[in-house]
Design a protein around this ligand. Structure first.
Ligand code: NAD
Length: 481
């Protein structure tokens, strides 16, 4: 395992300046060793008020800024992110526990792409002229909402922050970001990169701290126009309830229990290998984790064998090592929760065909675990585990596959693997999930809308769709006589 890092001490970021937190500091551990990694400012309601005031002050001039200039700054932030690829990837690997090779290949470049993509939208947001009865010129404009609170979880802090910040800024809003308490470091670095790229003071502020303190104060603040939240379903419900007090707009990207549906007429070998990546990418700490592998019965045994062997072959280890596939989970508490689901799977009578035994060592590791012979009633098939635990569920025909796919409260994503086009599109139309991947899995692009159905939330991120979430329409009537 890597040697202990010097402990990072970090402040809040308000008005492009570092500020101490009202409640002092709190510590976050290095998930690989369990030792200390960072001491972060613990923000509270007073800090939130200062940040929101700064964001509110900055908003009008940011909204009025020449759209070409806005676009140029957003593009420069993307370039700044790529210029800091290595420190950002290293920070994300250390803080979250994710393999550095993934952070270099996905987290950092996709974060930059998000700023590049939304840079283009800064010059393309316009309204319409509307033919109406009578002698009037009637037109609409797209107005920013004002100050947007962005609240995010720890599994992809940098990328999830970018998905909220970039479209909000392109549309003329300003942002107060509340990063996850478990992993805030890359968000603070992002804010500094943005300031270096020329983002004016107050346009992006970062309040580190605890959800029930800093997060709750943001949701309560009367000058916050919208809460854009990504995180757990229960937290989403609480935030929606609290936001009702001040009638804020809310968008919620919540949990998932996504099915990966493998038919016998697929390229079975390729699909089974893809199922391993779908389940274990980012240690399974992925909202779209393909945590339920539904397999047509005639190929079930062959697939289960490939998947179990694939899981056993994954390299569990130091996230800073290029060869690592699976790093530690983010915290001791989360490791214990995931390990608890392994015990639950055993107790429910599922057949464990890979992993399961607690990993040795001081860090928060869980070995990739595969359960076969799972049925849809078991907790491991219904509840979000958010760790490296896969359930294999056999099915007999398309209707049964569709029924099982829908048998959880979630509706975030699904994968369908078949060579039969009619079957693929038919199932894509039927499945209640915000994203369906056919003969692929976990594809994302800043241009492609993304979000949940059912208890996975509402609102969309990415693409043109998110711009409706961060703007409001104004209608202007001009009498022509
Ligand atoms: P979480 O809900 O515990 O926390 C998310 C954020 O909310 C954190 O920043 C936290 O501090 C804040 N928070 C907590 N209580 C709050 C409150 N009362 N008021 C305001 N803010 C509060 O989630 P987590 O454990 O950090 O992340 C895991 C969850 O995130 C999983 O359920 C996962 O599926 C979900 N997730 C969803 C997506 C998606 O796009 N749908 C993406 C990634 C993760």
């Amino acid at each position: 395992m890597h040697a202990p890092e010097p402990i990072a001490t970090e402040s809040l970021w308000i008005d492009n300046q570092e500020r101490p937190g009202e409640f002092g500091t709190f510590d976050t551990p290095d998930p690989s060793t369990g030792g200390p990694l960072a001491q972060l400012a613990r923000g509270g309601a007073v800090d939130v008020h200062t940040a929101v005031r700064s964001a509110k002050r900055a908003q009008e001039s940011w909204a009025r800024l020449d759209p070409n200039e806005k676009a140029r700054i957003l593009w420069k932030i993307g370039e700044g992110i790529m210029a800091h690829l290595e420190p950002l990837a290293r920070t994300e690997a250390l803080d979250v526990g994710k393999p550095i090779s993934n952070a270099r290949l996905i987290d950092v470049p996709r974060t930059a792409d998000t700023f590049f993509y939304f840079s283009g939208w800064a010059t393309k947001l316009h309204g319409e002229t509307i033919p109406v009865r009578g002698p009037f010129l009637t037109y609409t404009t797209r107005e920013p909402l004002g100050v947007i609170a962005a609240i995010i979880p720890w599994n992809f802090p940098l990328l999830l922050a970018a998905r909220k910040i970039a479209p909000a800024l392109a549309a003329g809003n300003t942002v107060v970001l509340k990063p996850p308490e478990e992993a805030s470091l890359s968000c603070l670095l992002l804010a500094k990169i943005a300031a270096e790229a020329g983002l004016p003071p107050g346009v992006l502020n970062v309040i580190t701290g605890l959800g029930e303190e800093a997060g709750a104060a943001l949701v309560d603040h009367p000058d916050v126009a919208k809460v854009s939240f990504t995180g757990g379903t229960d937290t989403g419900r609480l935030i929606m309830r609290n936001a009702a007090r001040t009638l804020k707009k809310v968008s919620l990207e919540l949990g998932g229990k996504s099915p990966f549906i493998l038919f016998a007429d697929a390229d079975v070998e390729a699909a089974a290998k893809a199922a391993v990546t779908a389940a274990f990418y980012n240690q399974g700490e992925l909202c779209t984790c393909g945590s339920r592998l539904l397999v047509e019965r005639s190929v079930h045994e062959r697939v289960a064998e490939i998947v179990a062997n694939g899981a056993k072959a994954l390299v569990v280890g130091d996230p800073l090592d290029d060869a690592t596939n699976i790093g530690p989970l983010v915290s001791a508490g989360h490791r214990d929760r995931v390990q608890g689901y392994v015990s639950k799977g055993d107790a429910e009578g599922a057949r464990r065909v890979a992993g399961g035994q607690p990993a040795t060592g001081p860090g928060f590791f869980v070995n990739p675990t595969v359960f076969d012979g799972v049925n849809e009633k078991m907790a491991i098939a219904r509840e979000e585990i958010f760790g490296p635990v896969l359930s294999i569920i056999p099915f007999d025909n398309l209707d049964e596959a569709a029924r099982i796919a829908d048998a959880t409260e979630f509706g975030l994503a699904a994968g369908v693997w078949t060579r039969d086009l009619a079957k693929a599109h038919g199932l894509a139309a039927k499945i209640r999930a915000g994203t369906v991947w056919i003969n692929t899995y976990n594809r994302f692009d800043a241009a492609a809308p993304y979000g949940g159905m059912k208890q996975s939330g509402f609102g969309r991120e990415n693409g043109r769709a998110v711009l409706d979430e961060v703007t409001q329409t104004k209608t202007v009537w001009v009498a022509l006589s």
